[in-house]
Write a protein that binds this ligand. Sequence first.
Ligand code: ADP
Ligand code: ZN
Length: 728
Amino acid sequence: MDAFYDEGQLVAVLTTQPLGRPLDYKAPAGGCWEGAYVEVPLGPRKVLGVVWGPGQGDFDYNKVRPVIRVLDAAPMREELREFLVRAADYTLTPMPAMLRLATRAPGLGEAPSTRRIYRIGDDEPERMTDARRRVLEVLRDLGGLSLTQKELAEAAGVTPSVIKGLAKQGAVREEDAPRDTAFPRLDPDYDGKALAPDQQTAADALRAGVVSGRYGTTLLKGVTGSGKTEVYLEAVAECLAQGRQGLVLLPEIALTSEFLTRVEARFGAKPAEWHSGVTSTERRRVWRQISEGGAQLVVGARSALFLPYRDLGLIVVDEEHDTSYKQEEGVFYNARDMAVLRASITKARVVLASATPSLESWANADAGKYERLDLVSRFGASVMPEMRAIDMRGQELPSNRWVSPALAAHVRARIEKGEQAMLFINRRGYAPVTICRACGHQVACPHCDARMVEHRFLGRLVCHQCGETQPKPEACPECHAEDKLAAVGPGVERLAEEAAELFPEARLAVLSSDLFGSARALKDEIAKIATGGADIIIGTQLVAKGHNFPKLTLVGVIDSDLGLQGSDLRAAERTFQLMRQVAGRAGRAERPGVALMQTYQPEHPVIRAILSGDEEAFWKAEADERRVAGMPPYGRLAGIILSSTESQEVFDLGNAMARQDGPLRRIGAQVYGPAPAPIARVRGRHRVRLLVKAAKGTVLQPALAEWAAQFRLKGELRMAIDIDPQSF
Ligand code: ADP
Ligand code: ZN
């Protein structure tokens, strides 16, 4: 039970300001609970904080300032406080930064806001016009329900001034209604599907886990289309039936609307949403309802892990291998791992769902730390697509053409049958390189170690690292030759151009994240494709995930080798996952699908593993390689990223750190580097990285903290610690 502090008692308050440890304040009039969200004075400012425990009493009591006020919000539960502390320890993040992640609700603690709503009034308007009549008709048709001004104006096709006029005359009634209402109840039994036998077995196991009320993690591995979503929604149903809250994490905002519809079909109402696309008023409402139990299910992005659940019983991490779960700015954390941590503290279940799990999760299941459930076949009549390679070494393509005649013939055949084909390339923009044919200069970002990528759709060159854009220059910036800049290499926009020439009759849909102004526009395009409004879908990573296109029977991968270049040890894993995901888009309904992979390296072990579909063999081979190298998940790794505007300065510090590695040597860890970071220059800052490697089971954090504390960061120098880095 949390402590209560009477007025005047000393309390330690953790604030979101970068100060380190909690500071002492006096409890305000009326006292406060441990965990209370409070406003406290800090110098001349008022800042947000949480009562963290009893005060230290290190200072003269009379000089300690009182808490200004206790905010109108349920106190932070001990479970969340413990989670923040342990997540901070694991990621070596200062507590104030951790607290900021948990208080991302604008207007937190203010009294619930209201909005004006309108319903039919008692009086007749003095004068009737067409516009006024429409407003009154809309309201009458609602039979007592109310609308906001905007909704009403839209429904009646009038301007707000018409509504205001009617309100003045008493013909419509204006009222304040609270915004922060609870979410509609979800019914666990609303519309459950009859499950196939293997689905039922998996669902029963997940349900039993939820019923147990104990922590546990399950890897739900199933080929795309096997019904993983249906199965984990059963676990959600059980969680709802137990009266606990559920959280489903998804990697892409683009996926949520499709997903919400599915949840609604299953449980009869929409869940709460939490991601960057949610308005600040709605975020406030969600935050409050979660803490008060008025939201039973949250569907969200990784930051939803830090919400103040009243009783979290289940966390589903869908597409658990997805790299977007790793945050690599500010607080470096992997939402998949943090989900497991939070669940273990709050006695919840975790379901990690994927067709192509991360090697980490595969290994954890292998070691018995996670339970593993497999769905090996697609649901119903649909079967996994056949995978074939197109050996590009034999294909004679004109320059700047990427679709081989063999692939083109297959596409044509599909369209003629009234089916859909997809061309996949994992590169946004028109062309990755803009080169001067006179002097060979390549246009690069002024701030980053990256080329500028031409985007014809935007009519500009764009840096994919920092977002810098510029018009495409007429003359070479280096030698000033006119009209010599040429686009080199394929991007999704260019592929679309080629497809338009190759298949002039076909209706094309191009899907790339930067081609859509809003999540809504993207959603509409996806809906159009799903209902057969396109013959050929041309897309990047965006199309590899989750979407269901029933008429799609052919997937052509333009450049299967792309991910295999470079020195990243994870390249094989990533390529394998991406190719399997893309191929999984084909043949999801009755008609069987084919995936054709254009490759210059048909003998490459990864390509061969993808073609043969022998996943276990692939994972075992990958695991062996990592084990021999002592790399994750068979070794511990941390990255130290140093950055500064001065290149010399970062290398000097990096070298000093590499030399003074005493604290690390004492735990048997080695330091590698400094070397240029995977992205060596971003936004004008030079970045170098040191990698710290230790045996599996080593606790790295205290030694890392001791080591890093030896160095003072002067001027422009910054240091970030990345536990379990994604690339190595
Ligand atoms: P996954 O998440 O493994 O890719 P989904 O859960 O999306 O698979 O299922 C693929 C398709 O099959 C979806 O359209 C889904 O509605 C359908 N489906 C799966 N299981 C069932 C079931 N038991 N009854 C009816 N339809 C199902
Ligand atoms: Zn840049």
